[in-house]
Design a protein around this ligand. Sequence first.
Ligand SMILES: [Zn+2]
Length: 132
Amino acid sequence: MRLVIRQDDLKGIIKMTERSAVEVCGFLFGRREGNDFIVEEIRFIPNRLNSPTAFEMEPLEMVGAIDGAEERGLGVVGIFHSHLKCPPGPSGRDLEGMMLWPVVWLIVDDRGNYGAYVLGGDKIREVEVKIV
Ligand SMILES: [Zn+2]
């Protein structure tokens, strides 16, 4: 299983992370091809918690973004968010989110590190990120 993402998209998420005092979050829209999750679009969603240590996507914006992507033939392949001053691995809170949203979770930090994860059963697995 791989997450395939354009360098500009990944850089865009990291740049927003560096500029933001709170966690940034949003969707990775795209399609699945075999074992590859191919990101065609990234979409930032406001973090309604406005917190440097947690995020919750604004629900109305979530729905609007998903509807818009579906109209363009794209689905949710992943969710991204940032960690500030802590490594890009899933927190306990993220694990709960992963149970609700069983897609690829891309986490970046404010130093340019990143990792992608999926939940398999109750275990977190790291997913290869292929930058194109
Ligand atoms: Zn997190």
